[in-house]
Ligand binder design. Structure first.
Ligand code: G1P
Length: 299
C-alpha cells in the first residue's frame, strides 16, 4: 500500500445515460429515466451535485436517443427564468438558475450503439485524456451526510489509486452486481484481488457488491480498448477493472450512506418516501399522511 499523500486532482466525471430505461415503461417511452424525479429533483441532478461536492467541474454525459431532456435540464432556460423574474418568484428563479453551479461545464457525447457500460465509458476517452476521472451511474442514488463520491475522492487523493464503491449485499441479490474479492486495508477499505460481473450466488467471491460510483486512473482506457464481450454479451466495465487490478492497485471503498436502486420501481418509490420525509416543504405532511392515514389502511 502506498502511504505518501498523492493529491490526485479529480476534475472530470462521466455519466453514462444512454440506457433505455425499459424497466420503467411507459414512463420512459419518450423521456430519459435519469430525468425521473425523487421528490422534486431528477435523478441525474443528484448525481451531478454529488460530483460537484467531490470538486468535479467537467461533467461529461454519454447519451443516446431520446435523451435531449438531460441537455435541456442543464442548459439555461431563458423563457422560464424571464417569467419567474417578471412575476417576482425569486426563490424559484434561484432554483432554476442553480441547476448548474458556476464554473461547471457540461459536455454531451452520443453512444451510438448500446454495447454496455464499458463501451459507454470508452466513448468519452478523448474528453478525459491522461488524468483520473469519476464515473457515476445516476440510477444509484446515494443519500447520506457526506456524499459518497466525496468520500471516495478523499481516498483517491490519499492513495492515488482507482477507487470503486462497494456495499454489503445480502443473499441472492448479489447476482445483480459486480462482486469483488479484496484484502482489508482499513475500516472501510479493501485492496481488490478480483471482480466479477453478476455472478451466480454460489460463485460470488464475497457479499460485497459494486455500487455505481467509480474513480479511475486513465490506465483503465487501455483495458476498455482491449475488452471482449462479457456477461450478457456486453462490453463490461467490470472486466476492464479486473484487467486494471493486474497492472496496478485498485481500492474498493465501503461508503457511508444509503443507496437506493432507482433503476427499479421499488427503489425509486423508497427514495421518494425517505427523501420526502426529510424535505423541508413536505416532510411533515408526508409523515402525517403515512402515520395517520396510510398506516391504518395497512393494518
Ligand atoms: C452496473 C455494473 C455493475 C454494478 C451496478 C451498480 O450494472 O455493471 O457491476 O454493480 O451497475 O448499480 P447494471 O445495474 O447497470 O446492470
Amino acid at each position: 500500500m502506498m502511504s505518501s499523500k498523492k493529491h490526485k486532482v479529480l476534475r472530470k466525471a462521466i455519466f453514462p445515460v444512454a440506457g433505455l430505461g425499459s424497466r420503467f415503461l411507459p414512463a420512459t417511452k419518450a423521456s430519459p429515466k435519469e430525468m425521473m424525479p425523487v421528490v422534486d429533483k431528477p435523478l441525474i441532478q443528484y448525481a451531478v451535485e454529488e460530483a460537484v461536492s467531490a470538486g468535479i467541474t467537467e461533467m461529461i454525459f454519454v447519451t443516446g436517443r431520446a435523451k435531449r431532456a438531460i441537455a435541456d435540464h442543464f442548459d439555461k432556460a431563458y423563457e422560464l427564468e424571464h417569467q419567474l423574474e417578471k412575476s417576482g418568484k425569486k426563490e424559484l428563479l434561484k432554483i432554476a438558475q442553480g441547476v448548474v453551479p458556476k464554473g461547471v461545464s457540461c459536455t454531451y457525447i452520443r453512444q451510438t450503439e448500446a454495447l454496455g457500460l464499458g463501451h459507454a465509458v470508452l466513448t468519452a476517452a478523448h474528453l478525459i485524456g491522461d488524468e483520473s476521472f469519476a464515473v457515476l451511474l445516476a440510477d444509484d442514488l446515494i443519500h447520506g451526510e457526506t456524499p459518497a463520491l466525496k468520500q471516495m475522492a478523499e481516498q483517491h487523493g490519499f492513495y492515488g489509486s482507482s477507487v470503486i464503491a462497494v456495499q454489503k449485499v445480502s443473499g441472492a441479490g448479489i447476482s445483480a452486481y459486480g462482486v469483488i474479492s479484496g484484502t482489508k486495508q482499513g475500516a472501510h477499505l479493501y485492496s481488490l484481488n478480483g471482480i466479477v460481473e453478476k455472478p451466480k450466488v454460489e460463485d460470488a467471491p464475497s457479499d460485497m457488491g459494486v455500487t455505481g460510483r467509480y474513480i479511475f486512473s486513465p490506465q483503465i482506457f487501455d483495458h476498455l480498448r482491449a475488452l471482449k464481450p462479457g456477461a450478457g454479451g456486453e462490453y463490461q466495465l467490470t472486466d476492464a477493472i479486473q484487467m486494471l487490478l493486474m497492472q496496478e492497485q485498485v481500492l474498493a471503498y465501503q461508503f457511508q450512506g444509503t443507496r437506493y436502486d432507482c433503476g427499479s420501481k421499488i427503489g425509486l418509490l423508497r427514495a421518494n418516501i425517505e427523501l420526502g420525509l426529510e424535505h423541508p416543504e413536505i416532510g411533515k405532511k408526508l409523515r402525517d399522511f403515512l402515520k395517520n392515514e396510510l398506516f391504518q389502511k395497512l393494518q
